[in-house]
Structure formats: C-alpha cells, structure tokens
Design a protein around this ligand. Structure first.
Ligand SMILES: [Zn+2]
Length: 273
C-alpha cells in the first residue's frame, strides 16, 4: 500500500513537472500581450500626432474597427533534429526568433503565438510589394532537419492547419509561400522534399499546368518572377528559389526550356487570380 502511494506521488510529481515546464514562459507571454494591449488603448487623440500637423481640439475615436488579420502564411523547416529543440529555441531569449506554429514529425502542433501577434520568423525579405513580411504573416515551422522527407502525418496536420487559417482569415491561395520565396539567396527552406504540388491540389499555394503552354519569343524571366512575387534585385537568387519551390531542383545556371515553360505557366496562373 505504502509502495503504491509512493509510486502515485512520483507519477503526480512527474505530471506536475510536465504541465508546469513552460509556466514561466507562459507568464512572460501574457505580460507582454497585456503590455501590447495597453498600447492599443491609447485614444486616437492629439498625443499621437506632432504639433506640426494641424489638429482640432478634442477627440473623435470611432468604434468601427476590429483587429488587423494575417494575410500571408510562410512555411519553414526548422533545420533542427527535434520538436523539443525548436520549441526551446523559440523560448530562448538569446535567439529572438519565433513562429506561430511548430508542427512536429508526429503531427502534433504547438501554437506558440496568437495569430494576431507579429512573430519573428521571416527576417529580411519581401514578397510582391510586402516588405515587412512579419507584420502580415503567420509563420509555420515544420520539424525537419532539411535533408529528409516530411512524414505524411506531419503534412496532414499542416494541411488541416493551413485550410483552417485560409478559411478563418480569408488568405488567398497564392499567399501560402516558402521562406525561400521571400528571401532568395538567404534561405532555402522548406527543402526540395516538401510536397508543394500535393498541397496545391488542396488549395494551399499556387501550382502550374504546362499542357499546351507556348512560351512567347519575347518572354521576360525577370518580369515573370516579379509578377509571381519574388524579390528580383538578385535575379539569379530569385531563379534558384523558383527552382526549389516549383521544380524541387537545386540546379544552377540559366533556365532550360521546360523550366521556362513552368515559369511562364505560373505567371499566367497568377495573372488570372
Ligand atoms: Zn525559415
């Protein structure tokens, strides 16, 4: 009986340990959210504008608003060997990085930030005319070391989560992108193992059909990459990100005829949207 009691105590202690493991981080999270919320309670009165801008006396705060919504989803691979390591990284104050969601190899999904908060996952880069990607996006990290396939159970969770976010915030199909898309030459995630075409069939990210597509003689690769959304300051890097995402290729050099057909077909898809 006494032995059973001891075993029970140990089990209880372990369970408490497990549930309370991130208590300090959760408290810090709540404190920071409250601080951000306090900023939003500042009335839109003359204190927000400098005196050099003419303003009437008194305030006229309208109550016709809601919170701004995310409109872009950026997919990443963690380049780490376990979900636990990634979660710890996103809690480490020295790292100063985060993501809204981390999807483990076994399909478990950690939500680490409220969707309305600005996570720190994209870094320097742009997509279309968006130059502050973190401000408009949700970051999803897939636990993967970068040189291995993504388990089906993990992709199934990603699919469910992506469709939920797409529906909840009315995110356009073409606004599900890779980290490598917005940061060519700097980022190469998710890797060529990532099943973009399968996800596109579910409405997550754009894809192409080259059937019957003829590339015009005056086709401009630079313009096509830009129309799709790629930053083209470094066209060579943008071309590599395009290859990784849509051809699963890490080949370098100028685009071959078939690759040009894919790029042209994608541009046509985007122009139709
Ligand atoms: Zn990334």
């Amino acid at each position: 009986m006494q032995q059973a009691w001891c075993v029970g105590l140990i089990v209880f202690a372990l369970a408490s340990c497990a549930t309370g493991k991130y208590n300090a981080h959760n408290k810090a999270y709540t404190k920071k959210v409250k601080s951000a919320a306090r900023n939003m309670t500042v009335r839109p009165d003359r204190f927000n504008l400098p005196d050099s801008i003419p303003q009437p006396s008194g305030t006229a705060g309208s109550s016709h608003f809601n919170l701004r919504k995310p409109n872009l989803v950026v997919l990443h691979h963690t380049a780490q060997n376990s979900c636990h390591t990634t979660v710890e990284t996103f809690l480490n104050p020295e790292k100063q990085v985060s993501a809204h969601y981390v999807i483990c190899r076994d399909g478990l999904v950690y939500q680490m930030l409220n969707d309305y908060l600005r996570g720190w996952h994209a870094g320097t880069g742009s997509w279309g005319s968006i130059t502050d990607v973190n401000s408009v996006s949700i970051g999803i990290e897939l636990d993967n070391n970068g040189s291995e396939p993504f388990p089906d159970v993990q992709i199934q969770s990603l699919k469910k989560l992506s469709l939920l976010l797409k529906s909840r915030y009315n995110i356009p199909t073409q606004n599900f992108i890779a980290h490598s898309d917005l940061a060519p030459g700097r980022k190469v995630d998710p890797s060529s193992f990532f099943p973009w075409s399968a996800l596109a069939r579910e409405g997550i990210g754009i894809w192409y059909d080259t059937t019957g597509v003829q590339v015009p003689a005056d086709f401009n690769e630079h313009v096509a990459l830009k129309v799709i959304g790629y930053p083209v300051k470094d066209v060579t890097a943008a071309r590599q990100s395009f290859r990784l995402r849509f051809l699963g290729s890490e080949q370098t050099g100028v685009l071959q005829t078939e690759e040009q057909r894919v790029l042209y077909a994608l541009m046509q898809e985007v122009l139709k949207m």
